[in-house]
Design a protein around this ligand. Sequence first.
Ligand code: ADP
Ligand code: ADP
Length: 233
Amino acid sequence: MIEIDEVSKQFQTKKGTVTALQDVTLNIERGQIFGIVGYSGAGKSTLIRLINKLEKPTSGRIIVDGENITTLKPQLLRKRRQNIGMIFQQFNLFKAKTVADNIKYPLKLTKKYSQAELDQRVDELLQFVGLSDKKHDYPAQLSGGQKQRIGIARALATNPEILLCDEATSALDPETTDEILRLLKRINQELNITIVLITHEMEVVKTICDEVAVMEQGRIVEQNKVFDLFTNP
Ligand code: ADP
Ligand code: ADP
């Protein structure tokens, strides 16, 4: 589903060249919940931003669904992005928009849906995340866990095959974290969505991931099925 092939990424800064990723090769199979763990600065966000094409690799290739996305034309790229949803540590909801309008936002960008279709899709998504009663609220009226549920509903609006999660539970307390992880598991199993999640918390990986890659200083230092990783002596 996602092949990352010998990818390196360097940033030019005033202080010189920063290597965020060095020769990263990963194969993320369809249907998995794939975890990427590592300390702050290891290169996790850069890797996930490359998958979402928010950044370009300095070298190497990224292949999503059999297609090399590193050479896609901007117009096609916009289309392919609808196939990838993303959720964030700080939820990134639009504060001045209602819950319904937050969820509609990515759908409106596609210019494909009538008002009635938009409303119907919002209702379906709110029902799926269990927040139908919050439709007309603003983000400031919601708890952290509720905000993330809305972030998830927005990320799923375009029916993506892939969901990227950037420290999606790091701002939440343990109980709310468990709720969100259960929701992610449902998304993986009921909607058949491949999930890539980055986290600095091994506990998150243990709870829901099928496979995990460990990053250090821009490199993958270990990759394993989660079962093997925690049962080996
Ligand atoms: P993580 O998500 O694991 O905390 P990042 O991918 O954010 O790691 O960062 C990896 C390295 O790349 C760090 O040294 C960081 O400072 C650097 N880096 C990330 N983004 C940029 C950028 N836009 N400009 C310069 N350096 C960056
Ligand atoms: P407001 O002005 O209503 O407070 P902003 O437009 O400033 O809202 O955006 C709120 C948050 O949404 C910001 O954290 C921003 O990074 C994030 N954001 C902006 N554009 C997008 C997008 N296309 N998809 C997801 N999040 C976005």
